[in-house]
Ligand binder design. Sequence first.
Ligand SMILES: [Zn+2]
Length: 191
Amino acid sequence: MAHERCEQCGNPTPPWDTIHCGSGDGSYELLCTSCFNARIAESTGFTDFENVRLDAIRMIDCDGEAHQFHFQLRLLGDRIALDGFELRGELPAGYRFQQIGEADDDVFVLLGRLVEKIRRALSVRHIDFHERRIIDSTVRGRIEWDESQPGHLPLVVVDGKEVSWDDLGQMLMSMEGWHFRLEIADPSEEL
Ligand SMILES: [Zn+2]
């Protein structure tokens, strides 16, 4: 996918590092993350916000598979959101994690917490994708949009892999008659 130009600094930027920023008059601007943060810092007065660029980190899951995590740090008023995600092409796909902090928090402390969260998640496997079954009795994942089911059914991402709602349903059928509990949590929460 082609890089887009930030409308502020003009730098070509990969899509995962851009933000569609709405302005008061209802129009949208495409900004790179650092121009977005500079603008928020200016409008909120958090001018000592440290706009650090965090290098990607490679981490190994419990099956020995490598995952490359990219980071995006966004200033959101008096809070900061640090997202760690994998890419497919230039777009986020697979595992995705978030850590929320205060605007004056040390970014590297937040990064440390996020990396620990990623490490805990990578140490657990919920689905045996060869046998297409749930390994234990718990499945954790993320609810996403399914292109083939425009708005009707979700696509879930479990163990960093996409699982259609239909496939998840088939896996549940080996437990017919059992009880279950469905819990939904904010992207920065850990279940
Ligand atoms: Zn820019």
